[in-house]
Design a protein around this ligand. Structure first.
Ligand SMILES: *[C@@H]1O[C@H](CO)[C@@H](O)[C@H](O)[C@H]1NC(C)=O
Length: 341
């Protein structure tokens, strides 16, 4: 009898040591450590992954992380800052998203309200603002002295360079708009390939993936989009499967970078599907990035991936290195992990 229970005990121990999931855990794109710290505070107190992602990303919206998240950054061609955000619940596969949100600072919280207080998934533009106001959010200008300065320099000193127009007149590589269409046959031969100017301060997005102590997965993003974008432009960040994706059966992923290109490949969805069929998070992220690079060798971007059991990884392309932040219970504080691209 004693012999039997010893065997059971040791096999049980073996099971626990080998398979105990490393949760809760949160991973975040770039060096956005303050957001990660906030998300971890939520998770370690037993909070939900959804709350962790919302509250974590909200820190970046308030702190204007890198000038690429939140108010007062990335003015569009009219000088206005608009926000895109997504939150996805891997438990229910429910999504809340907003795009081109005007005059409301807390984009990911508005997205959370879309998730929880509507049967829709995605609201856009001025009408998303009306929804937010109904939900009690305060309407205020997202323009700051800094964003106004950026826009004035772009418009007055740099003659609206860079911009995102092609096949229009006057020549968008030299002059400001308004632009008019050139008939296709004549511009095909003459227009150069568009090269986006994407770097740390013009990519970007906070993307965050978390698993809570319950094993529930959530992912989200928040961004003010591309600098000097054409008003109305929406990038990858708020698009489910592009900017982020979460599925309790597998894990989650988030992407950052050249959003106009990345959203065509649904890299976060692809990374999750790769993990579903057994790929490690690093390999899954690599596959998603390589799928894009095969068609757009000059694109710049990165994907982070996390399994429901707390394994994580990342891959990047078009920049020398890419940092992401991890916090779990094996660490006393967050860790910034930098990978080579
Ligand atoms: C974190 O927040 C503090 C202020 O609370 C700020 O001084 C610091 O620069 C932030 N760190 C990062 C990496 O943004």
């Amino acid at each position: 009898m004693l012999w039997v229970s010893l065997i059971l005990l040791s096999s049980f121990n073996y099971y626990v040591v080998d398979s105990e999931p490393n949760v809760p855990i949160v991973i975040t794109t770039w060096g956005f450590s303050n957001a990660t710290v906030k998300a971890w505070e939520v998770l370690k107190e037993g909070g939900t992954a959804l709350d962790a992602v919302e509250q974590g990303a909200s820190v970046c919206e308030v702190q204007q992380c890198d000038g690429t998240v939140g108010y007062g950054g990335s003015p569009d061609e009219n000088g206005e800052t608009t926000l895109d955000a997504l939150i996805m619940d891997g438990r229910t596969m429910n999504v809340g998203a907003v795009a081109a949100l005007r005059r409301i600072k807390s984009a990911i919280s508005v997205a959370r309200h879309v998730l929880e207080h509507t049967k829709h998934s995605f609201l856009a533009g001025e009408l998303a603002t009306q929804f937010a106001v109904q939900m009690g959010f305060r309407e205020e200008s997202l323009t700051t002295a800094h964003s106004k300065q950026l826009w004035l320099k772009w418009h007055n000193e740099n003659h609206c360079q860079p911009n995102f127009w092609m096949g229009v007149k006057p020549d968008p590589t030299k002059q400001c708009g308004p632009y008019h269409e050139i008939k296709k046959s004549s511009f095909r031969d003459t227009q150069p390939e568009v090269h986006m100017i994407v770097d740390r301060y013009n990519h970007d997005t906070i993307g965050m993936v978390a698993v809570d102590s319950n094993g529930d997965v959530a992912a989200g993003t928040s961004t003010n989009g591309a600098k000097y974008k054409i008003p109305g432009r929406v990038g990858d960040s708020p698009i489910p499967g592009a900017g982020a994706y979460a599925d309790n059966e597998v894990g989650g992923a988030a992407a950052t970078g050249d959003g106009d290109i990345m959203l065509r490949f649904l890299p976060s969805f692809l990374a999750v599907e790769e993990m579903r069929r057994g790929a490690s998070p690093t390999d899954a992220a690599q596959t998603a990035v390589k799928r894009i690079a095969a068609r757009y060798p000059d694109f710049m971007g990165a994907v982070i991936a996390l399994t429901k059991t707390g394994q994580y990884g990342a891959a990047c392309h078009g920049i020398p290195t890419f940092p992401f932040v991890v916090q779990d219970k094996t660490r006393n504080m967050f860790e910034v992990i930098t990978i080579k691209c």
